[in-house]
Design a protein around this ligand. Sequence first.
Ligand SMILES: [Zn+2]
Length: 435
Amino acid sequence: MLLSLLCACQIAASAPPLVVRVGDRVRSVPVVAHPEGGSAMRGDLLADALGGKLVSAGQGRWRFELDGSDVTLVVLAPFAVSGEDPLPMSSSPFRSGDRLFVPYALVSDVLPRAFNGLMYDGARLELRRFAPIVRRPIASRAVVAEAARSEARSEARSEARSEARSDAQSGGSGATQDVRAAMPPIITPAARPPARRRTVVVDAGHGGRDPGTTLTLGTQKIPEKTVALAVSLKLRDALAARGVTVVMTRTRDTLIALKDRGPIANRAKGDLFVSVHVNAANPGWKNPGAARGFETYFLAEAKTEDEARVAAMENEAVKFETSAETSSSDPLGFILRDMAQNEHLRESLTLATLTQDHLRQIHPGPSRGVKQAPFSVLVNSFMPSMLVEVGFGSNAAEARWLMSPQGQQKLAEAIADACVAYLAQYERKVGAGEP
Ligand SMILES: [Zn+2]
């Protein structure tokens, strides 16, 4: 719905064109009004003027390629990704028909920061390419250095706790932490005062008389509610170890009404809301047992049949709730009609995108992408929210991994890293005086 709203806007030249200078060659790229305010331009024309190209990578992702280096853009996500690092932008790329429009910040801020060999001259509205394009080293960028330092601080704080726990836990990410500990501290002149402590609300899906789906491993059967709780408790510890306050919607095998999970998050003044679930294949699929992988949802109308299927499955928990637990009026329709004004939509998409990126690094299954669907549990939480389907209980290999403490620990660490990366990016935005 939001996409169509954006596409319906007038795409008309609104400002002087951008001048792109590559050696002696000068091209101009028309600048148009961005529907969110500010200005934008066609990504393909910009890439072409620079001697690069813009390539669709599917699922709303685009690669802006220059000399074998690239940054990734995501439709409606207010950041670009260079290597592993998100670089915030004041507005998001959007589509109009088959074209991707990029915010002006890509030219004035992101590209010169991501690459050596490019310079933006704001007085002349000119982007100059004066040398071969090379990705800038990570350590030179304050945002990354800052995130690394705060991570180092929180790891130092949690070291004692981790060591106490490590007797009881085998496996885990010990090797990665050793490498990080051996790295010299990164000093940045742009040090900011420590951010206020942030709160993440962790929601373990289902519970009590609502078992959710079933994970089957030979004769062993475990309900989704048990795995969701195990991952959520590990996520709580992983976030705490990173200096984040955590509020759980449940810590035991109890049923919390879907409509109550959001208000719990709101009362806790959460900064973001994470609901943890296990997926199940549609029995009607050609080979349901083969479906694998992880996907992250943010709240919006479902676009595809599969998204609608997952939403229907997770929303079914309502049938386990007594009338006292169920809200008399369903707010979903109203909220969805109001989606265009939902200030958290973009933030939730950013959060979901970061989560998929982190899960991709540890998950044995494929990334099924960032998806959108109307989940009841996300409706009442007035903060950036996502629902993570951590894998398929209907796939034997994946069920085994999801049931293992090692697999659960990896999931928890990856989701915690994504939350912390999102919060660091948010701090930076707030610090820069943006909303
Ligand atoms: Zn579920």
